[in-house]
Write a protein that binds this ligand. Sequence first.
Ligand SMILES: Cc1cc2nc3c(=O)[nH]c(=O)nc-3n(C[C@H](O)[C@H](O)[C@H](O)COP(=O)(O)O)c2cc1C
Length: 174
Amino acid sequence: MKEIDICSLKMNPFVDFGDNWMALAAGTEEHGYNAMTIAWGHMGALWERDSHSNRLPTAICYVRPGRYTKKFMDSEPYFTLCSFGPEYKKALGYLGSHSGRNGDKIKETGLTTVYSDGTTYFAEADTVYICRTLYHAPLLESGFVDKELVDFNYPNRDFHEVYIGEIRKVFVKE
Ligand SMILES: Cc1cc2nc3c(=O)[nH]c(=O)nc-3n(C[C@H](O)[C@H](O)[C@H](O)COP(=O)(O)O)c2cc1C
């Protein structure tokens, strides 16, 4: 893996999240960790630290309250997003249909965990985004302007929690 400048990335978030899916991981070797598949997310620019700084490169992901991964999203300062080549879609399907609460699902996928930069990611990833959580809050039912989305996506009212992370580093496969 080599670190690259985020501005040199040639990625399409619509394809990378929506079609190809990503692994969302959080935690450390010391404190424990977990990963799950996500297909909903955003990347872009948001906020600045002072009037001289550029807008922060940020990634947003959405995690339902019941996910075991959320425990590590909430207790650790960093999370990672990994995108993979098509040969890992089966592994992502597994991470997205089994809970780490019930066993070592990462072992079952054959993915190699890398403990680095205060967090966890996968050696097989094409691109790894190391993110530091800046903001975390649940989506509110009262915020939905299009109410039809609520019944379709949240029949149990288990609204996603939004995590906005500053992308601190980007690694790509060498
Ligand atoms: C293609 C796909 C996309 C998913 N996207 C999300 C998502 O964006 N947010 C979410 O909370 N769960 C999403 N899930 C569900 C979680 O990945 C799934 O519930 C997983 O088993 C949670 O694992 P955990 O309990 O070990 O954290 C997705 C699952 C799949 C298969």
